[in-house]
Design a protein around this ligand. Structure first.
Ligand SMILES: [Zn+2]
Length: 316
């Protein structure tokens, strides 16, 4: 986890919230959910005023915890009095969830919520980008999934919710792509943390894990305890499927058909955007459950509370 910005002032700010957590008499109720190793779950935190926020604790002291309150969204500390209240309630010294399994790989270091403040959260319209990329090579060609960083960028596509406009970046424009992602207030995508950012990381010294990211795959996986495919979500929620797949896109790249790669990547960005917006408006998404083929609902965290307000501003 990046320690950027953790100064003496940071310690004071956290201490202030911890003190309020102890003194304000919050009522804390666990929200039933999946039991995952190293995952401490979701809690409803009710203040004396009656205001209630949902808090998710992945790991004590980590920037991956989150709360729906405006302070959490804007302070850049990765915590707030509600999170601190839950940690106090749980016994702050704990380092793991039920059982004592280590934190899940790929979660603690990945920071799906992304550290850092949301500077535009209180301003008019934050810049939120939906992002996806295609690769030059397949996993087979680079020796397996652990070599994701060797796949190389074919092209990346962003869609700005504010400008309502797509942009395409080829490998030569990768610096401009990274600049655009860095300038955004939040980046939305599907499997960004474990795939797209890993493909892109070799091109830049900037730590892509520090981008404020809403990774729909990871968000849903935390709720369900298993992964769901973009195709399953798109079919069940939107009534449409993916237009091709990543392997086909690699073939097109090799044939020099970057136009087809771009068209496919845009289509995936558009599906991701529609799923994001559906979740934002309704607070859930639909997916086709593997074992029985039934359509089921899964909660969309970003469609609740002040997080929802933040993203709605981006669409206004
Ligand atoms: Zn809070």
């Amino acid at each position: 986890m990046a320690d950027t910005g953790r100064t003496a002032g940071w310690e004071d700010e956290v201490a202030r919230r911890r003190a309020r957590a102890a003194s304000e008499g919050f009522e804390i109720t666990p929200v039933p959910g999946p039991s995952l190793p190293g995952y401490m779950g979701v809690y409803r935190v009710r203040g004396r005023s009656g205001a209630t926020y949902q808090v998710e604790i992945v790991e004590p002291g980590a920037a991956v915890n989150r709360c729906q309150c405006l302070d959490f969204l804007t302070n850049g500390l990765g915590t707030c009095k509600h999170i601190e209240a839950v940690l106090l309630h749980l016994g702050a010294g704990r380092t793991a969830g039920p059982g004592s399994d280590p934190p899940r790989a790929g979660t603690a270091g990945a920071a799906p919520g992304g550290p850092g403040p949301l500077p535009a959260a209180l301003g008019p319209a934050p810049e939120v980008l939906v992002f996806d990329l295609e690769t030059q090579r397949t996993f087979d060609e680079v020796g397996g999934r652990h070599n994701v960083s060797r796949l190389a960028l074919a092209l990346g596509v962003t869609y700005s919710l504010r400008r309502k406009e797509f942009r395409t970046f080829g490998e030569k424009e990768v610096a401009a792509l990274v600049d655009e992602l860095r300038a955004a207030d939040a980046v939305v995508g599907f499997n960004l943390v474990r795939f797209d950012y890993q493909v892109l990381q070799p091109y830049t010294p900037f730590d892509l894990a520090s981008l404020r990211t809403l990774d729909i795959l990871e968000e849903l996986e935390k709720v369900l305890g298993h992964r769901v495919s973009l195709d399953s979500l798109a079919r069940a929620t939107l009534g449409l499927g993916k237009t091709a797949d990543g392997l086909k896109a690699v073939e097109w790249f090799k044939e020099g058909r970057l136009d087809l790669v771009e068209e496919y990547c845009r289509a995936d960005v558009d599906i991701t955007r529609r799923l994001f917006e559906f979740g934002l408006r309704r607070g859930y998404l639909l997916y086709v459950s593997r074992p029985d083929g039934q359509t089921r609902r899964v909660a969309a965290w970003w469609g609740q509370g002040q997080v929802k307000e933040f993203y709605e501003k981006a669409l206004a």
